[in-house]
Design a protein around this ligand. Sequence first.
Ligand SMILES: O=c1ccn([C@@H]2O[C@H](COP(=O)(O)O)[C@@H](O)[C@H]2O)c(=O)[nH]1
Length: 236
Amino acid sequence: MKDRLIVALDVDTFEQACSIVDELGDEVLTYKIGLAPFIGYGFKIIDYIKSKNKRFFLDLKFFDIPNTVELAVYQACMLGASMLSLHTIGTKLMIEAAIAGKKRFEDQTGKAGPILLGITILTSMDEDSLESGMFIKKPLGETILGLAKNAYDAGLRGFVASPNEAKLLKDSFDDVVVVTPGIRMGDSKDDQKRSNTPRFAIENKADYIVVGRPIIKAQNPKQAVIECIKNMKGEM
Ligand SMILES: O=c1ccn([C@@H]2O[C@H](COP(=O)(O)O)[C@@H](O)[C@H]2O)c(=O)[nH]1
C-alpha cells in the first residue's frame, strides 16, 4: 500500500518540506509538488526529493493553449516527474499537445515519460459549484465521464478524481490510472467537497491516493501515515 500513497508537500518553506520528507523517511515513496511549493522553492525541493530516491508527482494542472502545454509538458518531463497533471477541460487539442510533449521527451532521451493525469472536476467542487460557477447543469458523474471520455479519446490514460468516482472511471475505461485526492479519515473536510477515506478509495479501485493536510498538519505526521496505510489495507 505504501506504493499507492502520495503525500502532498503543501507547506510554505523549503525547510518545512525537507523536514517532512526526513521525518516520514521510508514510510513515503512519492511526494506531490503542487503550485505553491513549486513557485516557492520548486527546483530545490525536486533535487532534494530525488536525492532521497523518492518519486514526485508534479501537480501544476496545466491548462493553456496547446503549444504552451506541449512546451510545459516537455520541460516537466525533463525535471524527472513520475506523474504530471493537466485539466481535461483543456479539451482534445490541448490533451494531444500534452501527449506530444511527453513523446518528444521520450524520443529525445529514450526514457519513459511521466504518467499524464487529467483532472476531471476538482474535488473542491460539487454539483452546486458547477451549476453556479460554471453554468453546468448536469449530474456530476455525467460531467466527469464526458470530460474523461474526451480525454481518453485524445489518448490520455490517467485521471484525477475524487474517491467517489474512482470506480466509475476504472469501470468505464480500459487501462487507466486513477489518482484520488480528497482523502479524509476524520470529520474535517477543509475545502474538499467530494472526499472519502483511504479505505473507500482503494476498495473503489483508486490506484493511488493523495493526502496532504491530514498528514502534513497532523501532530505526528509519521503516525498519520501509518494510520492512513492501515486504513488503506482495511485494518482500521
Ligand atoms: O481535484 C483535485 C486535484 C488536486 N488536488 C490536490 O491534492 C492535494 C489535496 O490536499 P489535502 O490537504 O489532502 O486536501 C492538494 O495539493 C490539492 O491541490 C485536490 O485536492 N483535488
